[in-house]
Design a protein around this ligand. Structure first.
Ligand code: C2E
Ligand code: MG
Ligand code: MG
Length: 531
Protein backbone atom coordinates (compact mmCIF):
# COMPACT_ATOMS: atom_id res chain seq x y z
CA UNK A 1 0.00 0.00 0.00
CA UNK A 2 2.73 2.46 1.02
CA UNK A 3 4.73 1.49 -2.04
CA UNK A 4 1.70 2.11 -4.25
CA UNK A 5 1.13 5.53 -2.67
CA UNK A 6 4.79 6.57 -3.16
CA UNK A 7 4.73 5.43 -6.78
CA UNK A 8 1.56 7.24 -7.71
CA UNK A 9 2.52 10.52 -6.00
CA UNK A 10 6.11 10.67 -7.18
CA UNK A 11 8.36 13.49 -5.78
CA UNK A 12 5.67 15.94 -4.69
CA UNK A 13 6.04 17.83 -1.37
CA UNK A 14 3.68 16.37 1.23
CA UNK A 15 5.36 17.52 4.33
CA UNK A 16 2.94 18.45 7.16
CA UNK A 17 1.98 22.04 6.72
CA UNK A 18 2.40 22.05 2.97
CA UNK A 19 -1.41 21.90 2.64
CA UNK A 20 -1.30 19.08 0.19
CA UNK A 21 -1.06 16.36 2.78
CA UNK A 22 -4.66 16.32 3.99
CA UNK A 23 -6.09 16.52 0.49
CA UNK A 24 -3.76 13.77 -0.67
CA UNK A 25 -4.70 11.49 2.19
CA UNK A 26 -8.40 11.87 1.52
CA UNK A 27 -7.84 11.42 -2.22
CA UNK A 28 -5.66 8.36 -1.69
CA UNK A 29 -7.61 6.63 1.01
CA UNK A 30 -11.09 7.65 -0.13
CA UNK A 31 -14.38 6.84 1.54
CA UNK A 32 -13.63 3.13 1.46
CA UNK A 33 -10.62 3.50 3.73
CA UNK A 34 -12.67 5.57 6.20
CA UNK A 35 -15.22 2.84 6.34
CA UNK A 36 -12.52 0.32 7.08
CA UNK A 37 -11.49 2.41 10.15
CA UNK A 38 -8.07 3.44 8.86
CA UNK A 39 -6.51 6.70 10.29
CA UNK A 40 -7.44 10.00 8.62
CA UNK A 41 -5.23 13.15 8.76
CA UNK A 42 -6.98 16.52 8.17
CA UNK A 43 -3.86 18.68 8.61
CA UNK A 44 -3.79 22.17 10.16
CA UNK A 45 -6.06 24.20 7.89
CA UNK A 46 -9.48 23.39 9.40
CA UNK A 47 -8.50 24.31 12.95
CA UNK A 48 -6.53 27.32 11.75
CA UNK A 49 -9.67 28.67 10.08
CA UNK A 50 -11.72 27.99 13.21
CA UNK A 51 -9.08 29.80 15.30
CA UNK A 52 -9.22 32.80 12.97
CA UNK A 53 -13.01 32.92 13.30
CA UNK A 54 -12.85 32.74 17.12
CA UNK A 55 -10.16 35.44 17.26
CA UNK A 56 -12.17 37.75 14.95
CA UNK A 57 -15.31 37.39 17.08
CA UNK A 58 -13.30 37.86 20.29
CA UNK A 59 -11.57 41.10 19.29
CA UNK A 60 -14.93 42.52 18.27
CA UNK A 61 -16.32 42.03 21.75
CA UNK A 62 -16.34 45.22 23.84
CA UNK A 63 -15.78 43.68 27.22
CA UNK A 64 -12.46 42.25 28.19
CA UNK A 65 -14.08 39.34 30.05
CA UNK A 66 -15.98 38.25 26.92
CA UNK A 67 -12.82 38.42 24.85
CA UNK A 68 -10.85 36.35 27.31
CA UNK A 69 -13.63 33.75 27.66
CA UNK A 70 -13.81 33.31 23.91
CA UNK A 71 -10.07 33.03 23.42
CA UNK A 72 -9.60 30.81 26.48
CA UNK A 73 -12.58 28.60 25.55
CA UNK A 74 -11.25 28.32 21.99
CA UNK A 75 -7.83 27.27 23.20
CA UNK A 76 -9.38 24.64 25.50
CA UNK A 77 -11.44 23.31 22.59
CA UNK A 78 -8.31 23.02 20.51
CA UNK A 79 -6.74 20.86 23.17
CA UNK A 80 -9.80 18.63 23.77
CA UNK A 81 -11.22 18.08 20.28
CA UNK A 82 -8.12 16.46 18.72
CA UNK A 83 -7.91 14.10 21.71
CA UNK A 84 -11.56 13.05 21.23
CA UNK A 85 -11.16 12.66 17.45
CA UNK A 86 -8.02 10.65 17.84
CA UNK A 87 -10.19 7.85 19.23
CA UNK A 88 -11.93 7.78 15.89
CA UNK A 89 -8.55 7.68 14.15
CA UNK A 90 -8.99 11.25 12.83
CA UNK A 91 -5.89 13.37 13.22
CA UNK A 92 -5.88 17.20 13.17
CA UNK A 93 -2.86 19.52 13.54
CA UNK A 94 -3.69 22.08 16.28
CA UNK A 95 -0.40 23.97 16.44
CA UNK A 96 -1.01 26.88 14.00
CA UNK A 97 -4.60 27.46 15.27
CA UNK A 98 -3.51 27.35 18.90
CA UNK A 99 -0.69 29.74 18.10
CA UNK A 100 -3.19 32.23 16.64
CA UNK A 101 -5.43 32.05 19.74
CA UNK A 102 -2.54 32.47 22.16
CA UNK A 103 -1.00 35.36 20.21
CA UNK A 104 -4.32 37.24 20.04
CA UNK A 105 -4.87 36.54 23.75
CA UNK A 106 -1.48 37.97 24.72
CA UNK A 107 -1.97 41.08 22.52
CA UNK A 108 -5.46 41.72 23.99
CA UNK A 109 -4.18 41.30 27.56
CA UNK A 110 -1.19 43.61 26.92
CA UNK A 111 -3.35 46.31 25.35
CA UNK A 112 -5.81 46.17 28.20
CA UNK A 113 -2.99 46.40 30.71
CA UNK A 114 -1.63 49.47 28.95
CA UNK A 115 -5.06 51.06 28.62
CA UNK A 116 -5.58 50.68 32.38
CA UNK A 117 -2.74 53.18 32.98
CA UNK A 118 -4.38 55.64 30.60
CA UNK A 119 -7.79 55.77 32.22
CA UNK A 120 -8.95 57.78 35.21
CA UNK A 121 -10.14 55.10 37.67
CA UNK A 122 -12.98 57.23 39.09
CA UNK A 123 -14.57 58.46 35.89
CA UNK A 124 -13.24 55.97 33.31
CA UNK A 125 -12.31 58.96 31.15
CA UNK A 126 -8.91 58.82 29.47
CA UNK A 127 -6.38 60.52 31.71
CA UNK A 128 -3.76 63.17 30.95
CA UNK A 129 -1.17 60.52 30.03
CA UNK A 130 -3.57 59.47 27.29
CA UNK A 131 -3.79 63.10 26.14
CA UNK A 132 -0.01 63.38 26.11
CA UNK A 133 0.24 60.16 24.07
CA UNK A 134 -2.36 61.17 21.46
CA UNK A 135 -0.27 61.93 18.38
CA UNK A 136 -3.31 63.28 16.54
CA UNK A 137 -3.37 66.11 19.07
CA UNK A 138 -0.21 67.64 17.63
CA UNK A 139 -2.24 69.44 14.98
CA UNK A 140 -4.75 70.78 17.50
CA UNK A 141 -4.96 73.39 20.22
CA UNK A 142 -5.12 72.15 23.82
CA UNK A 143 -7.70 73.56 26.21
CA UNK A 144 -7.16 72.92 29.93
CA UNK A 145 -9.86 73.49 32.51
CA UNK A 146 -9.15 73.60 36.22
CA UNK A 147 -11.86 73.35 38.86
CA UNK A 148 -10.27 75.67 41.39
CA UNK A 149 -12.09 74.39 44.45
CA UNK A 150 -12.14 70.71 43.47
CA UNK A 151 -10.19 69.27 46.42
CA UNK A 152 -12.23 71.38 48.81
CA UNK A 153 -15.48 70.05 47.32
CA UNK A 154 -14.34 66.42 47.32
CA UNK A 155 -13.26 66.75 50.95
CA UNK A 156 -16.73 68.01 51.89
CA UNK A 157 -18.75 65.45 49.87
CA UNK A 158 -20.19 62.31 51.43
CA UNK A 159 -18.12 59.22 50.49
CA UNK A 160 -18.41 57.80 46.94
CA UNK A 161 -19.92 60.93 45.44
CA UNK A 162 -16.89 62.10 43.51
CA UNK A 163 -18.06 60.24 40.40
CA UNK A 164 -21.35 62.19 40.46
CA UNK A 165 -19.42 65.44 40.74
CA UNK A 166 -17.27 64.51 37.74
CA UNK A 167 -20.35 63.53 35.73
CA UNK A 168 -21.86 66.96 36.32
CA UNK A 169 -18.64 68.72 35.37
CA UNK A 170 -18.28 66.61 32.22
CA UNK A 171 -21.93 67.24 31.24
CA UNK A 172 -21.30 71.00 31.39
CA UNK A 173 -17.99 70.84 29.55
CA UNK A 174 -19.67 68.84 26.78
CA UNK A 175 -22.47 71.36 26.19
CA UNK A 176 -22.35 72.40 22.55
CA UNK A 177 -19.89 69.61 21.63
CA UNK A 178 -21.37 66.31 22.83
CA UNK A 179 -18.81 64.23 20.91
CA UNK A 180 -15.82 65.97 22.43
CA UNK A 181 -13.32 63.53 23.96
CA UNK A 182 -12.50 64.81 27.42
CA UNK A 183 -9.39 63.80 29.31
CA UNK A 184 -9.32 63.96 33.09
CA UNK A 185 -6.36 64.44 35.40
CA UNK A 186 -6.26 64.43 39.18
CA UNK A 187 -7.47 67.30 41.32
CA UNK A 188 -10.17 68.72 39.03
CA UNK A 189 -8.15 69.08 35.84
CA UNK A 190 -9.75 68.42 32.46
CA UNK A 191 -8.34 68.81 28.97
CA UNK A 192 -9.35 68.39 25.36
CA UNK A 193 -8.24 69.16 21.83
CA UNK A 194 -9.78 71.86 19.65
CA UNK A 195 -9.32 73.09 16.10
CA UNK A 196 -6.54 75.68 16.45
CA UNK A 197 -8.09 78.33 14.23
CA UNK A 198 -11.45 78.60 15.91
CA UNK A 199 -12.15 81.66 18.13
CA UNK A 200 -12.05 80.35 21.69
CA UNK A 201 -13.32 83.41 23.57
CA UNK A 202 -17.10 83.05 23.12
CA UNK A 203 -17.12 79.33 23.63
CA UNK A 204 -15.06 79.39 26.83
CA UNK A 205 -17.02 82.33 28.23
CA UNK A 206 -20.24 80.42 27.59
CA UNK A 207 -18.80 77.34 29.34
CA UNK A 208 -17.68 79.53 32.22
CA UNK A 209 -21.22 80.92 32.51
CA UNK A 210 -22.60 77.37 32.77
CA UNK A 211 -20.49 76.85 35.86
CA UNK A 212 -22.17 79.76 37.62
CA UNK A 213 -25.10 77.48 38.42
CA UNK A 214 -24.32 75.34 41.45
CA UNK A 215 -24.05 71.56 41.05
CA UNK A 216 -26.45 69.42 43.09
CA UNK A 217 -24.84 66.38 44.62
CA UNK A 218 -26.19 64.25 47.45
CA UNK A 219 -28.71 66.97 48.28
CA UNK A 220 -25.97 69.57 48.57
CA UNK A 221 -25.79 72.69 46.43
CA UNK A 222 -22.17 73.12 45.39
CA UNK A 223 -20.56 76.17 43.77
CA UNK A 224 -17.90 75.30 41.20
CA UNK A 225 -15.13 77.74 40.34
CA UNK A 226 -13.43 77.12 37.00
CA UNK A 227 -10.81 78.73 34.77
CA UNK A 228 -9.54 77.80 31.31
CA UNK A 229 -6.15 77.98 29.61
CA UNK A 230 -5.47 77.58 25.89
CA UNK A 231 -2.28 76.53 24.13
CA UNK A 232 -2.87 77.11 20.44
CA UNK A 233 -0.07 74.95 19.14
CA UNK A 234 3.66 74.98 18.78
CA UNK A 235 6.35 72.51 17.85
CA UNK A 236 6.72 71.47 21.49
CA UNK A 237 5.77 68.11 22.96
CA UNK A 238 2.17 67.52 24.03
CA UNK A 239 3.38 67.19 27.64
CA UNK A 240 4.95 70.68 27.51
CA UNK A 241 1.95 72.17 25.75
CA UNK A 242 -0.49 70.70 28.26
CA UNK A 243 1.62 72.10 31.12
CA UNK A 244 1.54 75.53 29.44
CA UNK A 245 -2.25 75.37 29.03
CA UNK A 246 -2.53 74.57 32.75
CA UNK A 247 -0.22 77.46 33.68
CA UNK A 248 -2.44 79.74 31.55
CA UNK A 249 -5.54 78.44 33.40
CA UNK A 250 -3.86 79.18 36.74
CA UNK A 251 -2.83 82.64 35.59
CA UNK A 252 -6.39 83.32 34.43
CA UNK A 253 -7.64 82.36 37.91
CA UNK A 254 -4.94 84.47 39.57
CA UNK A 255 -5.89 87.57 37.57
CA UNK A 256 -9.63 87.03 37.95
CA UNK A 257 -10.08 86.12 34.25
CA UNK A 258 -12.33 83.39 32.86
CA UNK A 259 -9.71 82.10 30.44
CA UNK A 260 -6.31 82.97 29.06
CA UNK A 261 -4.06 82.05 26.16
CA UNK A 262 -0.67 80.60 27.01
CA UNK A 263 1.87 83.39 26.63
CA UNK A 264 5.23 82.21 25.22
CA UNK A 265 6.92 85.10 27.06
CA UNK A 266 5.84 83.58 30.38
CA UNK A 267 7.64 80.46 29.27
CA UNK A 268 10.79 82.40 28.56
CA UNK A 269 10.53 84.13 31.95
CA UNK A 270 9.89 80.83 33.69
CA UNK A 271 12.88 79.15 32.11
CA UNK A 272 15.01 82.21 32.91
CA UNK A 273 13.85 82.07 36.53
CA UNK A 274 14.66 78.38 36.70
CA UNK A 275 18.15 78.86 35.33
CA UNK A 276 18.75 82.17 37.14
CA UNK A 277 19.64 80.46 40.39
CA UNK A 278 22.24 78.17 38.88
CA UNK A 279 23.57 81.12 36.89
CA UNK A 280 23.82 83.33 40.00
CA UNK A 281 26.51 81.22 41.66
CA UNK A 282 28.53 81.16 38.43
CA UNK A 283 27.93 84.88 37.91
CA UNK A 284 29.53 85.56 41.31
CA UNK A 285 32.60 83.55 40.26
CA UNK A 286 32.75 85.28 36.86
CA UNK A 287 32.65 88.76 38.42
CA UNK A 288 29.24 89.73 37.02
CA UNK A 289 27.99 90.36 40.57
CA UNK A 290 29.26 93.44 42.34
CA UNK A 291 28.35 95.58 45.31
CA UNK A 292 26.93 99.11 45.22
CA UNK A 293 26.98 101.41 48.25
CA UNK A 294 24.15 103.77 49.09
CA UNK A 295 25.18 106.59 51.46
CA UNK A 296 23.40 107.20 54.78
CA UNK A 297 23.19 110.77 56.00
CA UNK A 298 23.18 111.99 59.58
CA UNK A 299 20.16 114.33 59.46
CA UNK A 300 21.38 116.68 62.22
CA UNK A 301 25.03 117.09 61.12
CA UNK A 302 24.45 116.51 57.34
CA UNK A 303 27.46 114.19 57.26
CA UNK A 304 27.66 110.82 55.57
CA UNK A 305 28.09 108.41 58.43
CA UNK A 306 27.75 105.11 56.62
CA UNK A 307 26.47 103.20 53.61
CA UNK A 308 24.30 100.21 52.82
CA UNK A 309 25.88 97.51 50.65
CA UNK A 310 23.47 96.41 47.91
CA UNK A 311 24.10 93.45 45.61
CA UNK A 312 24.12 94.17 41.86
CA UNK A 313 24.15 91.69 39.00
CA UNK A 314 25.01 92.86 35.51
CA UNK A 315 24.14 89.95 33.22
CA UNK A 316 26.18 89.94 29.96
CA UNK A 317 23.02 89.56 27.83
CA UNK A 318 20.14 90.69 30.00
CA UNK A 319 21.87 93.72 31.51
CA UNK A 320 21.24 94.76 35.13
CA UNK A 321 18.95 92.37 37.02
CA UNK A 322 16.86 93.78 39.87
CA UNK A 323 18.19 92.81 43.31
CA UNK A 324 14.64 92.07 44.47
CA UNK A 325 14.37 89.47 41.69
CA UNK A 326 17.49 87.41 42.29
CA UNK A 327 17.62 87.89 46.05
CA UNK A 328 14.02 86.66 46.43
CA UNK A 329 14.72 83.65 44.19
CA UNK A 330 17.90 82.78 46.08
CA UNK A 331 16.09 83.12 49.42
CA UNK A 332 13.19 80.93 48.33
CA UNK A 333 15.54 78.16 47.25
CA UNK A 334 17.87 78.44 50.24
CA UNK A 335 20.73 79.56 48.01
CA UNK A 336 21.36 82.95 49.62
CA UNK A 337 24.52 81.80 51.46
CA UNK A 338 27.06 82.32 48.70
CA UNK A 339 25.67 85.75 47.76
CA UNK A 340 25.71 86.87 51.42
CA UNK A 341 29.29 85.68 51.90
CA UNK A 342 30.32 87.54 48.75
CA UNK A 343 28.59 90.81 49.75
CA UNK A 344 29.89 90.58 53.34
CA UNK A 345 33.46 90.06 52.15
CA UNK A 346 33.31 93.09 49.81
CA UNK A 347 31.41 95.26 52.30
CA UNK A 348 33.74 94.55 55.22
CA UNK A 349 36.75 95.35 53.02
CA UNK A 350 34.98 98.54 51.86
CA UNK A 351 34.22 99.45 55.48
CA UNK A 352 37.94 99.26 56.32
CA UNK A 353 38.72 101.58 53.37
CA UNK A 354 36.02 104.07 54.32
CA UNK A 355 37.04 104.23 57.99
CA UNK A 356 40.38 105.64 56.79
CA UNK A 357 38.39 108.62 55.43
CA UNK A 358 35.76 108.86 58.17
CA UNK A 359 36.56 107.21 61.49
CA UNK A 360 32.93 106.69 62.54
CA UNK A 361 31.87 105.13 59.23
CA UNK A 362 29.37 102.25 59.50
CA UNK A 363 28.83 99.68 56.77
CA UNK A 364 25.43 97.94 56.54
CA UNK A 365 24.76 94.57 54.92
CA UNK A 366 21.39 92.91 54.33
CA UNK A 367 21.07 89.55 56.00
CA UNK A 368 18.40 87.11 54.94
CA UNK A 369 16.40 85.98 57.96
CA UNK A 370 16.95 82.40 56.76
CA UNK A 371 20.62 82.67 57.64
CA UNK A 372 19.68 83.12 61.27
CA UNK A 373 19.23 79.37 61.46
CA UNK A 374 22.76 78.78 60.12
CA UNK A 375 24.63 77.83 63.27
CA UNK A 376 28.09 78.48 61.85
CA UNK A 377 27.31 82.02 60.71
CA UNK A 378 28.49 83.88 63.85
CA UNK A 379 31.84 82.07 63.80
CA UNK A 380 32.36 82.76 60.09
CA UNK A 381 31.48 86.41 60.61
CA UNK A 382 33.87 86.97 63.49
CA UNK A 383 36.64 85.29 61.47
CA UNK A 384 35.87 87.58 58.54
CA UNK A 385 35.96 90.71 60.72
CA UNK A 386 39.25 89.60 62.26
CA UNK A 387 40.79 88.85 58.85
CA UNK A 388 39.98 92.35 57.56
CA UNK A 389 40.60 94.09 60.87
CA UNK A 390 37.18 95.74 61.10
CA UNK A 391 35.80 96.41 64.57
CA UNK A 392 32.36 94.72 64.88
CA UNK A 393 30.64 97.96 65.92
CA UNK A 394 31.31 99.34 62.42
CA UNK A 395 29.13 96.67 60.85
CA UNK A 396 25.31 96.73 60.82
CA UNK A 397 23.28 93.72 59.77
CA UNK A 398 19.87 94.63 58.32
CA UNK A 399 17.17 92.06 58.91
CA UNK A 400 13.71 91.87 57.31
CA UNK A 401 10.84 89.46 58.01
CA UNK A 402 12.12 89.12 61.54
CA UNK A 403 8.62 89.22 63.06
CA UNK A 404 8.22 85.45 62.73
CA UNK A 405 11.71 84.99 64.16
CA UNK A 406 10.82 86.93 67.27
CA UNK A 407 8.53 84.02 68.17
CA UNK A 408 11.11 81.31 67.55
CA UNK A 409 13.82 80.99 70.16
CA UNK A 410 16.36 79.95 67.52
CA UNK A 411 16.26 83.22 65.52
CA UNK A 412 16.26 85.35 68.63
CA UNK A 413 19.24 83.43 70.07
CA UNK A 414 21.21 84.08 66.91
CA UNK A 415 20.40 87.83 66.99
CA UNK A 416 21.54 87.93 70.61
CA UNK A 417 24.78 86.14 69.73
CA UNK A 418 25.42 88.67 66.94
CA UNK A 419 24.83 91.48 69.41
CA UNK A 420 27.25 89.80 71.83
CA UNK A 421 29.81 89.75 69.04
CA UNK A 422 29.46 93.53 68.93
CA UNK A 423 27.79 94.03 65.53
CA UNK A 424 24.76 96.31 65.17
CA UNK A 425 21.33 95.03 64.18
CA UNK A 426 18.81 97.02 62.12
CA UNK A 427 15.19 96.13 61.50
CA UNK A 428 14.75 96.76 57.77
CA UNK A 429 11.53 97.80 55.97
CA UNK A 430 9.84 98.59 59.29
CA UNK A 431 6.08 99.13 58.95
CA UNK A 432 5.54 96.45 56.32
CA UNK A 433 4.54 92.93 57.33
CA UNK A 434 3.76 92.18 60.95
CA UNK A 435 5.54 94.89 62.88
CA UNK A 436 3.98 94.75 66.31
CA UNK A 437 5.04 96.62 69.43
CA UNK A 438 5.87 93.32 71.05
CA UNK A 439 8.23 92.49 68.17
CA UNK A 440 9.92 95.88 68.45
CA UNK A 441 10.53 95.23 72.13
CA UNK A 442 11.79 91.66 71.67
CA UNK A 443 14.32 92.18 68.87
CA UNK A 444 17.47 93.71 70.37
CA UNK A 445 18.03 96.05 67.40
CA UNK A 446 20.08 99.26 67.52
CA UNK A 447 18.34 100.74 64.51
CA UNK A 448 14.92 100.83 62.89
CA UNK A 449 14.65 101.55 59.17
CA UNK A 450 11.21 102.92 58.31
CA UNK A 451 10.06 101.55 54.97
CA UNK A 452 10.14 103.93 52.03
CA UNK A 453 6.41 103.46 51.38
CA UNK A 454 5.70 105.59 54.50
CA UNK A 455 8.58 108.01 54.11
CA UNK A 456 7.68 109.06 50.56
CA UNK A 457 4.31 110.40 51.74
CA UNK A 458 5.35 112.39 54.83
CA UNK A 459 5.20 115.78 53.10
CA UNK A 460 1.66 115.44 51.68
CA UNK A 461 0.03 112.60 53.57
CA UNK A 462 -0.97 113.30 57.17
CA UNK A 463 -1.31 109.67 58.24
CA UNK A 464 2.11 108.72 56.79
CA UNK A 465 3.62 111.66 58.64
CA UNK A 466 1.91 110.61 61.88
CA UNK A 467 3.05 107.02 61.42
CA UNK A 468 6.68 108.09 60.89
CA UNK A 469 6.49 110.59 63.74
CA UNK A 470 5.11 108.07 66.25
CA UNK A 471 7.61 105.40 65.16
CA UNK A 472 10.48 107.83 65.70
CA UNK A 473 9.11 108.68 69.18
CA UNK A 474 8.65 105.02 70.08
CA UNK A 475 12.09 103.96 68.80
CA UNK A 476 13.80 106.79 70.65
CA UNK A 477 12.02 105.88 73.86
CA UNK A 478 13.41 102.33 73.44
CA UNK A 479 16.90 103.78 72.84
CA UNK A 480 17.03 102.96 69.11
CA UNK A 481 18.09 105.06 66.17
CA UNK A 482 15.76 105.68 63.24
CA UNK A 483 16.71 105.57 59.56
CA UNK A 484 14.22 106.88 57.00
CA UNK A 485 14.44 104.99 53.68
CA UNK A 486 13.33 106.33 50.30
CA UNK A 487 14.22 109.97 50.90
CA UNK A 488 13.73 111.02 47.30
CA UNK A 489 13.42 114.82 47.66
CA UNK A 490 14.88 117.69 49.65
CA UNK A 491 11.48 118.54 51.20
CA UNK A 492 11.27 115.01 52.67
CA UNK A 493 14.68 115.58 54.20
CA UNK A 494 13.53 118.91 55.70
CA UNK A 495 10.44 117.25 57.20
CA UNK A 496 12.66 114.52 58.70
CA UNK A 497 14.70 117.24 60.45
CA UNK A 498 11.46 118.52 62.00
CA UNK A 499 10.46 115.01 63.06
CA UNK A 500 13.88 114.49 64.67
CA UNK A 501 14.73 111.48 62.55
CA UNK A 502 18.36 110.37 62.97
CA UNK A 503 19.48 109.14 59.58
CA UNK A 504 18.24 109.56 55.98
CA UNK A 505 18.84 107.24 53.04
CA UNK A 506 17.50 107.74 49.54
CA UNK A 507 18.01 109.27 46.12
CA UNK A 508 18.07 112.81 47.60
CA UNK A 509 21.15 111.80 49.60
CA UNK A 510 22.69 109.58 46.95
CA UNK A 511 21.86 106.65 44.71
CA UNK A 512 23.64 103.30 45.19
CA UNK A 513 27.15 103.85 43.72
CA UNK A 514 30.55 102.25 43.32
CA UNK A 515 33.01 102.23 46.22
CA UNK A 516 35.24 104.76 44.41
CA UNK A 517 32.32 107.15 43.94
CA UNK A 518 31.35 106.78 47.59
CA UNK A 519 34.91 107.42 48.75
CA UNK A 520 35.12 110.60 46.63
CA UNK A 521 31.77 111.73 47.95
CA UNK A 522 32.71 111.21 51.61
CA UNK A 523 36.09 112.92 51.20
CA UNK A 524 34.49 115.91 49.43
CA UNK A 525 31.83 116.39 52.14
CA UNK A 526 34.42 116.10 54.92
CA UNK A 527 36.68 118.63 53.16
CA UNK A 528 33.75 121.04 52.78
CA UNK A 529 32.70 120.77 56.42
CA UNK A 530 36.34 121.16 57.55
CA UNK A 531 36.72 124.33 55.49
P1 C2E B 1 16.50 97.30 51.07
O1 C2E B 1 17.46 96.65 51.98
O2 C2E B 1 15.34 97.96 51.69
O3 C2E B 1 17.35 98.30 50.19
C1 C2E B 1 16.88 99.53 49.78
C2 C2E B 1 16.34 99.47 48.42
O4 C2E B 1 15.69 100.69 48.12
C3 C2E B 1 17.43 99.33 47.37
O5 C2E B 1 16.88 98.61 46.28
C4 C2E B 1 17.67 100.76 46.96
O6 C2E B 1 18.24 100.88 45.66
C5 C2E B 1 16.27 101.30 47.00
N1 C2E B 1 16.24 102.74 47.25
C6 C2E B 1 17.09 103.46 48.01
N2 C2E B 1 16.72 104.75 48.04
C7 C2E B 1 15.61 104.87 47.28
C8 C2E B 1 14.75 105.97 46.94
O7 C2E B 1 14.95 107.12 47.32
N3 C2E B 1 13.68 105.68 46.14
C9 C2E B 1 13.43 104.45 45.70
N4 C2E B 1 12.36 104.25 44.94
N5 C2E B 1 14.22 103.37 46.02
C10 C2E B 1 15.29 103.59 46.80
P2 C2E B 1 17.61 97.38 45.66
O8 C2E B 1 19.07 97.59 45.59
O9 C2E B 1 16.87 97.02 44.43
O10 C2E B 1 17.39 96.26 46.74
C11 C2E B 1 16.15 95.77 47.00
C12 C2E B 1 16.18 94.85 48.16
O11 C2E B 1 16.94 93.67 47.87
C13 C2E B 1 16.86 95.45 49.37
O12 C2E B 1 15.94 96.24 50.03
C14 C2E B 1 17.23 94.21 50.15
O13 C2E B 1 16.14 93.75 50.89
C15 C2E B 1 17.53 93.22 49.05
N6 C2E B 1 18.97 93.11 48.89
C16 C2E B 1 19.82 93.85 48.14
N7 C2E B 1 21.08 93.38 48.25
C17 C2E B 1 21.02 92.32 49.10
C18 C2E B 1 21.99 91.39 49.63
O14 C2E B 1 23.20 91.46 49.36
N8 C2E B 1 21.54 90.43 50.48
C19 C2E B 1 20.22 90.31 50.81
N9 C2E B 1 19.84 89.36 51.66
N10 C2E B 1 19.29 91.17 50.35
C20 C2E B 1 19.70 92.15 49.50
MG1 MG C 1 18.37 97.02 53.58
MG1 MG D 1 14.60 98.53 53.24
Amino acid sequence: MVAWVSESLGDQDFSPGSGKMAGAYVQILGAETLKRGNPVYFGWIPLFLVALAIATVAVRRRRLAHRMWLLGGGALLFLLVPAILEDKLITLDVTPGLFILLTVGVVVAWRTYRARGLVNPVSNLPNLDALRANREGRKHAIVAARILNYEEIVAALPPNNERQLIEQIVARLNVGSPDRLLYQGDGGIFGWFEEPKQPFGNHLEALHALFRNPARIAGLSIDLAISFGVEIGSGRSLANRLASALVAADEAAHHGLKWKYHDPETLENASWKLSMLSQLDEAIDRGEVWVAYQPKLDVATRRIIGAEALARWTHPEKGPIAATEFVAAAEQHNRIGKLTDFVLEKAVAAGVQMIKRAADFDIAVNLSARLLTDKGFTLRLSALLARHGLAPNHLTLELTETAALADTGEGLDMINRLRDLGVNIAIDDYGTGQSTLDYLKKIPANEIKIDQSFVKGIVDNRSDRLMVQSTIGLAHSLGRKVVAEGVEHRDILETLVELECDIAQGFAVGRPMSLEALAKRVSAVRRRSAA
